[in-house]
Design a protein. Structure first.
Length: 358
């Protein structure tokens, strides 16, 4: 899409809802999803009858189910309605839902993501998401892939580990402490090694949860931030086939989103960024690829390093950005939400939100 080809219909993020607080949730997946959907519909001041179609995000491997979206068909209101599932980050499901509205097929789409990291060791599960011929026999998993990526950066920067510890400590301090206890940089550097040079205190604790957002074709009197543009990119799966020192896929995804919003990355002037970063080195990769202006806020609530739900992460960041844009005084501001999935950030997705026209 060129910068002259603006989306044919304006879309508003009319409502959002999330379970909380982060941590182990004793409820079943459908019970968690029901809460998030009810909150999102209430926030949008609509009922299930106003929803034209549903897009969900979940991963069979993480849920221990085949076609894991079938478990939530009733609670998302998808009985006798169009419904599809995206097996990636929840923000990628927003791309699908938004395209359904931009195409003119539907006016209102409910997007939902869920996961329960407490059901099984997440790192072990991620081994099965890797290439079975060349990578699984090595014992590779997502944390190890992140460690290899961090090592590429640390080898070129002797101060990196200290800087990452300080950033992780800051993110933990900004969160509510429910999942990530507040630690000093020294305590983080002394914590247990996970995958050199990453240590336990640098890794986001994983929890259970669900998030839902309502996307609506903008109409008279309708409230909610505008979804100006989206973009996604998928880099090669094999770690040796890409430059781990850069999130090049993120840069390409952002360029596509800005093109859709009739912006260049240089003049986007984001006031807020909500990245999906589970490790401090990922935040540095995000900042390098996004090229944010001086003074832009980055995850004022602590972001995902204070606690993360796999699959839900990017959708949660979109909801956080939308809440911020709805605060008094932020009506004319712009936010960037980010999602990532796969080993070492193989998949990248972004969304541009505009608080104008509230």
């Amino acid at each position: 899409m060129s910068r002259m080809d603006s989306p044919p219909r304006a879309i508003r993020l009319a409502g959002s809802g999330e379970t909380g607080p982060l941590g182990e949730d004793p409820r079943s997946i459908p019970e968690m999803v029901l809460e998030a959907v009810d909150l999102a519909l209430a926030d949008a001041a609509i009922g299930h009858d106003a929803i034209d179609a549903v897009t969900t995000a979940s991963v069979d491997l993480f849920d221990g189910l085949t076609a894991s979206n079938i478990a939530v068909t009733e609670v998302v209101g998808a009985v006798m309605k169009p419904e599809c599932r995206i097996a990636a980050d929840g923000l990628a499901a927003v791309v699908h839902g938004a395209c359904q509205i931009w195409s003119g097929a539907y006016d209102t789409v409910l997007v939902v993501a869920h996961a329960k990291a407490s059901m099984a060791p997440n790192a072990t599960l991620t081994e099965w998401a890797l290439d079975p011929i060349h990578q699984q026999p090595l014992g590779m998993n997502f944390p190890i892939a992140a460690g290899l990526q961090a090592n590429v950066l640390a080898l070129a920067d002797a101060q990196a580990e200290r800087r990452w510890a300080e950033l992780a400590a800051d993110r933990r301090a900004s969160g509510d402490g429910a999942m990530a206890p507040k630690l000093s940089a020294a305590e983080i550097l002394a914590s247990e090694p996970v995958a050199s040079p990453l240590r336990q205190g640098m890794c986001a604790p994983l929890g259970d949860g669900a998030c839902a957002v309502v996307l609506r074709a903008a109409g008279e009197g309708m409230d909610g931030p505008l979804l100006r543009g989206v973009g996604h990119d998928l880099e090669p799966h094999a770690l040796g086939d890409r430059d781990l020192g850069h999130w090049s896929g993120l840069a390409r995804a952002l360029d596509r989103a800005c093109a859709m919003a009739d912006l260049t990355p240089e003049d986007a002037d984001f006031d807020l960024a909500e990245p999906s970063c589970l490790y401090p080195h990922e935040e540095e990769l995000f900042l390098a690829a996004a090229g944010l202006p001086d003074g832009a806020l980055v995850s004022p609530d602590g972001g995902l390093m204070a606690g993360c739900v796999p699959v839900v992460a990017g959708l949660s960041r979109l909801a956080a950005a939308a809440r911020w844009l709805r605060l008094a005084g932020n009506e004319g501001k712009r936010a960037l939400a980010h999602g990532s999935w796969g080993p070492a950030g193989q998949g990248q997705v972004v969304a541009v939100l505009d608080g104008a026209g509230q």
